[in-house]
Design a protein around this ligand. Structure first.
Ligand SMILES: *Cc1c(COP(=O)(O)O)cnc(C)c1O
Length: 370
């Protein structure tokens, strides 16, 4: 028995949201095509058993494609977990910070600080470096970072979503396992996974929709996991069960798989990095050539390719900017409440035309208000 679905014409605006964020149109169209009936299954992904053959195909393909995209070595596990990056902040010390040991945290923003505070609830942790006194306008430099070779692990945040700063090179931590919250720049550029003991991030910024958290973890770390952790908080168990200990966030895994396929189809991480650099360069140039009307929050050598933060001369003008940009379909430009100002999140799927539209609006706004 078959049923047909009526097609509708829809309009989309430019979505600068920091997360959940814009998805590739090709992915949305694929979701739409599959929504009522996933090919071969006769039902939607939302309706199928996570133990069914179609879903096994979805999760295995998503993992295989992710391994290809990021060139993940065989001695790393890929986990699809729930609870967002925020739950990882707790799981990391529960699993990898034994009693008596100490972990070090590089504090480059609010998310890094949150990770550190969660660790303090569960064990001993230390600040390895912090740029808080400079209002997180830059990431710590290598010479500022103090790692002890005895540290259980060192944790850093690769992209500081709120402040618009990014570490494009990993901190050097010697033999100490390096753990990274890459929630807002995962899959945005090629990475050497072997530099990391664990890399993780919620999918909803650069890799799909809310509900699934990607965790890439080196197998030897799993040997440290203490016995008798609650099952859902136990990396080793989740790895043994291939993320299917219980019902996974099935639809979010499916969308992540489509995003990864889309990245492979356009030429992989080198190509998305090229696009991301191009978009960011255009936007930073518009800020830098505004004669001080627009002022970037982050210091130039720490500038994020994902979140471009800037201020105007007064809060009043910033409010006006948000109101008028929103009215013409440039949505989500209001900065995070802890920094203020404006933030343009231009993740992987954000189109270059949207950046051009924002720059045109910025010039026009300056001409009228400068
Ligand atoms: C958004 C974000 C988080 C929080 O993610 P949740 O999935 O909401 O828990 C953590 N770290 C960074 C860097 C983020 O951008």
């Amino acid at each position: 028995m078959t049923q047909t679905v009526k097609e509708t014409k829809v309009e989309r605006i430019y979505n600068f949201s920091a997360g959940p964020a814009v998805l590739p149109l090709e992915v949305l169209e694929q979701v739409q095509r599959d929504l009522i009936s996933y090919p071969g299954a006769g039902m939607s992904v939302m309706e199928m058993s996570h133990r069914s053959a179609p879903f096994e195909g979805i999760i295995h393909t998503a993992e295989a494609d992710l391994r290809t995209l990021l060139n993940i070595p065989a001695n790393y596990k890929v986990l699809y977990l729930q609870g967002g990056a925020s739950l990882q902040f707790s799981m990391i010390p529960m699993n990898f910070l034994p009693t008596g040991a100490e972990a070090s945290y590089i504090i480059s923003g609010v998310w890094a600080q949150t990770a550190y505070k969660e660790a303090l609830k569960l064990g001993k942790a230390r600040v390895a470096a912090s740029t808080e006194s400079e209002n997180f306008t830059r990431v710590p430099t290598q010479s500022e970072i103090q790692i002890d070779p005895q540290d259980a692990y060192a944790h850093f945040t690769s992209n500081n979503t709120i402040y618009g700063t990014q570490s494009l090179v990993e901190p050097e931590v010697g033999d100490v396992p390096l753990l990274c919250d890459a929630s807002s720049d995962i899959l945005s550029r090629p990475l050497d996974i072997t530099k990391y003991a664990m890399l993780y991030g919620g999918a909803q910024k650069n890799a799909g929709i809310a509900g699934v958290t990607l965790v890439i973890v080196r197998e030897d770390l799993l040997e440290r996991v203490p016995k008798n952790l609650p099952s859902l908080l136990d990396y080793r168990l989740m790895a043994e069960k291939e993320s299917l200990f219980n019902t996974p966030p099935a639809f979010a895994v499916y969308v992540n798989g489509l995003v990864v396929k889309w990245l492979l189809s356009i030429g992989g991480l080198p190509e998305i990095e090229r696009r991301n650099k191009e978009k960011a360069a255009l936007l930073y140039a518009a800020i830098d050539t505004s004669g001080g009307f627009y002022r970037g929050h982050s210091q130039p050598d720490s500038r994020s390719l994902m979140n471009v933060t800037f201020r105007l001369l007064s809060e009043e003008l910033e409010k006006k900017f948000v109101k008028e940009s929103t009215a013409i379909g440039l949505d989500g430009l209001k900065g995070h409440r802890s920094v203020g100002g404006l933030r343009a999140s231009i993740y992987n799927a954000f189109p270059k035309e949207g950046v051009a539209a924002l720059i045109a609006f910025m010039k026009d706004f300056q001409a009228k208000n400068g």
